[in-house]
Design a protein around this ligand. Structure first.
Ligand SMILES: Nc1ncnc2c1ncn2[C@@H]1O[C@H](COP(=O)(O)OP(=O)(O)O)[C@@H](O)[C@H]1O
Ligand SMILES: [Mg+2]
Length: 231
C-alpha cells in the first residue's frame, strides 16, 4: 500500500501567543522519536558556530541528547566550542538566533514553544508511521504557529529515491501536506542514512568536520543553506 496522508483538511495559522521579534527561533521537532531531531540540531549548531554565529541552544528533551553531545564535544576539545544548551526558552531572545530541540510527544512544551518559532524544521523518516506522526505534529504547528513562520520538511535517514519506494512515497506525502499549508516546503534533497551521522553522535563532531564524508557534507550543507536562507 502506498504511503499516504490521512486527510486533506487545510490548516490555518492561529497564533496563540505574542512573540519576541528580536531574534529568530528555529525549532527542530516531530512527534516521532528517533527521526534525527537532536542529530540535525547538533549539526546545525556546529555549522552555525563554525560560520561564527553560534546559536543559543535550548534542550527541551528530558533525554538531553543535545546537551550530552555538546558535553562530548567539550570533552574532546573540538573547536569551535558550542555553548551548553539551556533548559527553557527564555522570554526574550535578545536578538540571538535560538535553536530548540524537542523531546518527542511532549505536547505541552511544543504548544508553548511553537508560537515563538520563526522556522519549524521537521525531519521525517521514510515510513508510513512517521508520515502519520508528522501529520499530527503539523496540526499542532498549524494551529499555533505565528503568521509568517515557515515549515521545512525533509526526509532523513533515507535510502535513495531511485531505489526506495518508502522514500519516494514519503516525499510525495510530505509534498501533499506542504501543498495544503502556507509557508511550507519540502526539501527535495534528502538526507541519506549514513554512518557519518552515527559517528557525529558518538564523537560530538559535525558531519562536515569529519574526513571522507563528502556525500554527507553535501547533503547537510544543502539543508543548512535552506535553513539559513530563512533566517
Ligand atoms: N541521516 C542519518 N543517517 C544515519 N543515522 C542517523 C541519521 N540521522 C540520525 N541518525 C541516527 O538515528 C538515531 C536517532 O537520532 P536522534 O537525533 O537521537 O533522533 P531524535 O532526536 O529525533 O530522537 C541516532 O543514533 C542517530 O545517530
Ligand atoms: Mg532527540
Amino acid at each position: 500500500m502506498a504511503i499516504a496522508t490521512k486527510s486533506k483538511s487545510r490548516g490555518s495559522a492561529k497564533p496563540k501567543a505574542k512573540f519576541d521579534p528580536a531574534g529568530k527561533v528555529v525549532v527542530v521537532g516531530n512527534l516521532k522519536g528517533g527521526c534525527g531531531k537532536s542529530t540535525i540540531a547538533f549539526n546545525l549548531a556546529v555549522w552555525l558556530a563554525a560560520a561564527g554565529d553560534a546559536p543559543l541552544l535550548v534542550d527541551l528533551d528530558p533525554q538531553k541528547t543535545l546537551s550530552d553531545l555538546v558535553s562530548v564535544r567539550e570533552d574532546i576539545g573540538a573547536t569551535p566550542q558550542i555553548p551548553p544548551p539551556i533548559d527553557a526558552l527564555p522570554p526574550s531572545t535578545d536578538g540571538r538566533r535560538v535553536l530548540v530541540d524537542f523531546g518527542a510527544s511532549d505536547f505541552a512544551r511544543m504548544a508553548q514553544v511553537i508560537p515563538r518559532a520563526d522556522l519549524i524544521l521537521v525531519p521525517v523518516l521514510p515510513s508510513q508511521a512517521d508520515v502519520w506522526a508528522t501529520q499530527r505534529y503539523l496540526i499542532l504547528v498549524l494551529t499555533r504557529r505565528k503568521p509568517g513562520a515557515r515549515i521545512i520538511f525533509f526526509v532523513n535517514r533515507a535510502e535513495s529515491v531511485e531505489t526506495s519506494r518508502e522514500t519516494r512515497e514519503t516525499l510525495a506525502a510530505l509534498k501533499a501536506m506542504a501543498g495544503m499549508c502556507e509557508n511550507a516546503t519540502v526539501l527535495t534533497s534528502i538526507i541519506r542514512r549514513r554512518v557519518a551521522y552515527c559517528r557525529s553522535l558518538s564523537e560530538g563532531l559535525g558531519v562536515f568536520e569529519m574526513k571522507g564524508q563528502n556525500k554527507a557534507v553535501e547533503e547537510f550543507e544543502r539543508l543548512a543553506a535552506s535553513v539559513t536562507a530563512h533566517l
